[in-house]
Design a protein around this ligand. Structure first.
Ligand SMILES: [Zn+2]
Length: 72
């Protein structure tokens, strides 16, 4: 078994990456029901993706400010 890409636990292959159960659950992957719901209501899907992209941007800026503050 290969080590998880994110920690030292044993991982399982997922799309070419080795990931442990703990890190996998923290990804909060969409459930089959959620994916089904989105495919039945395609207009909601772009909104959700945009919400996630906004979150990513804000999170990136927060972490960057923190590191720049340390560097200063
Ligand atoms: Zn892990």
């Amino acid at each position: 078994m290969k080590k998880c890409f994110n920690c030292d636990k044993n991982g399982k292959n997922m799309y070419g990456y080795s990931i442990c159960d703990s890190c996998r659950s923290k990804l909060r992957l969409f459930t089959k029901d959620t994916i089904k719901k989105y495919s039945e209501n395609p207009e909601n899907f772009p909104k959700e993706i945009q919400r996630r992209l906004d979150f990513l941007d804000k999170n990136y800026i927060k972490k960057r400010i923190k590191l720049l503050h340390i560097q200063e």
